[in-house]
Design a protein around this ligand. Sequence first.
Ligand code: SF4
Length: 367
Amino acid sequence: MLKIHSRCNLSCDYCYVYTHIDQTWRNQPTVMPDQVIELAARRVAEHVDAHDLDAVTMILHGGEPLLAGKAVIARTVEAVRAAVRPQTRMSWHVQTNGLLLDDEFLRIFARYGIRVGVSLDGGRVHNDRRRVYANGRGSYADVASALRRLAEYPDRYGGILCTIHLDNDPLAVYRELLAFAPPRIDFLLPHGNWTTPPPGRSPGGDDAPYADWLVPIFDEWFDAPAQPTGIRLFESILDLLLGGSSGTEAIGAEPVDLLIVETDGSIEQGDALKTTESGMAATGLHIRSASFDDALAHPGFQARQTGIDGLSATCRACPVVRVCGGGLYAHRYRAGSGFDNPSVYCPDLMKLIRHAQGRISEQLLAS
Ligand code: SF4
């Protein structure tokens, strides 16, 4: 993941980059400098060659990546493409708030084969509770027109990323998102941990408000004669229940395979760690002097390479551990014991997985 721009043109009140404990974004340059782009391209190529990789996924991220501008985006893709051997398949993605997504951007994405994911938390009322400009104005109208434009480029449409807010009506949110015909929806649990709990989640309590929010959507989606969209979290749970693999680091015990190059070229772990302690995502490494293999030797990455063996004793003894995998790494954090805990969302994950398991069994018995 390349963080090509470190600032944003929205002020969402739950943003994990700007509103949590880690404020290191303030030290980042605004736009990724050309020499960092060149170095990053060479590091990607070096990694591809060292491991004889036949496929690599590249994600353009921020802040808001479209603020970097069309020239920087084109330059980034061209630099990586020129450095990486041609037989390696590159899949390009950009995750944006959509505000700047005009036809020219879409033509550039079409030219370079970049898929676009847009963040939206529901219809006007639901989205505009939190996804607002700095002056408090809601962003829905602008994002909705961007999504309508994106729908004209179906090959470039990656999907919608929606953060769960308990005060939003789940089925209304789901149906509002479906109106934009996304090929995929990613429902995200808001970041939190045992020390700084997520909204509405009492750490250690047996209630499962996030599962209660997701289950009605699961049922409507699961019971549809043909699924109107892919829902990454649900599909991953079902795949894992049936012996397959996960498509998201939010669930499952697969080794982490995502590495971040920050705007200044420093190498970091996943952004969600920024919600635990200041500097927790940092590795102290920079692409100038460290390869991606050097980064993989960092204890933070190593801790997430060992699957179920690397989980807390509670998780290792859990009946759904093969599916849950302890949830997202950042959600296990507790000041003092670090990440050697179940997820702060444990009851929610357990309830959602059990529900999905029940629905599959029911369907198998009926067939
Ligand atoms: S449901 Fe809870 S105990 Fe079980 S694996 Fe997930 S986080 Fe760990």
